[in-house]
Design a protein around this ligand. Structure first.
Ligand SMILES: [Zn+2]
Length: 75
């Protein structure tokens, strides 16, 4: 599927979009909400965000969070 790079997961009844970020695309440092540690440039990780924000797509994108792969996996 063409959209296989992005998927939807449900956590606590809420729908999230999940988008993997490749090591080559990770060019900034972020703080992982899962462990509070740094997601360093050059480290593959995942983006989580809510697609249904009342403020619109732009706010949805601004609310994206960068998680380590091992922190962002949804059990
Ligand atoms: Zn983490």
């Amino acid at each position: 599927m063409m959209s296989s790079w992005k998927r939807t997961e449900v956590r606590r009844g809420r729908e999230y979009l999940v988008q993997p970020v490749s090591a080559a695309s990770a060019q900034k440092e972020y703080v992982c909400p899962g462990c509070g540690g740094a997601v360093l440039p050059g480290v593959a990780h995942v983006l989580f965000w809510r697609p249904d924000g009342v403020l619109g797509d732009e706010a949805d994108l601004a609310s994206r969070r960068h998680w380590h792969n091992h922190c962002g996996s949804i059990a």
